[in-house]
Design a protein. Sequence first.
Length: 261
Amino acid sequence: MALNEVIITRAIIDRFSQKFLEHTEVDTAIVGGGPSGLVAAYFLAKAGKKVALYERKLSLGGGMWGGGMMFNEIVVQKEGKEILDIFDINTREYQPGYFTADAVESITTICSYATKAGAKIFNCMSVEDVVIRENRVIGLVIIWSPVEMAGLHVDPLTIMAKNIVDATGHATEMLNVIERKADMKLNTESGGVMGERSMWAEKAEKLTIENTREICPGVYVAGMSANAAFGGPRMGPIFGGMLLSGNKIAELIIAKDKSEK
């Protein structure tokens, strides 16, 4: 059959618009498409939650894509391997307690599982502000990333969410917006973002999971955002804590939703 360029254009606009409209109100909005955000999206969607994930870049994966210094292999500990096993990702033991996996296989597989479970991913979108009512974050203000990068004066749009996850990594972008624009204290020792400390893999892997929690009403932190928010160290190219953090954040949100019913 002959292909019609206008039909192709209409199909893309129509289908995307439908997807976008259906996700202007969601159970959970996740900001950041790295490993912790994608794992959280998978487990939440698998539990029947309406999930939207926003990633400012064209591609997903965060730091996992590049492994360590562009050697695209990642390392996980035994507990992290158990998460990779859920996604049927190939791993090999390097030494007792250390397992390696292909970085590209890992992130593409997790992304595939998340979308097939029902999570909707909106790439090339940045979060520039939040919506707060009665001392609770209830929504995100979003803009196309190329508009942000070009510095164009274009007004954003808004989506509403019962729960919001900052999975933006080292930069804690969501929390910085809240600190800068809202009169809200975070549940940290200082009441604000405490900042990431220097690398300490063993300590960081444990603290990444411990620091994964609700940090202010309606907002949770996962992955490196959790460590940066609570003043923990970075861990470098070992990703078990990131994977486990995504799983934990999903469990926390699911449990809270159940308790509020």
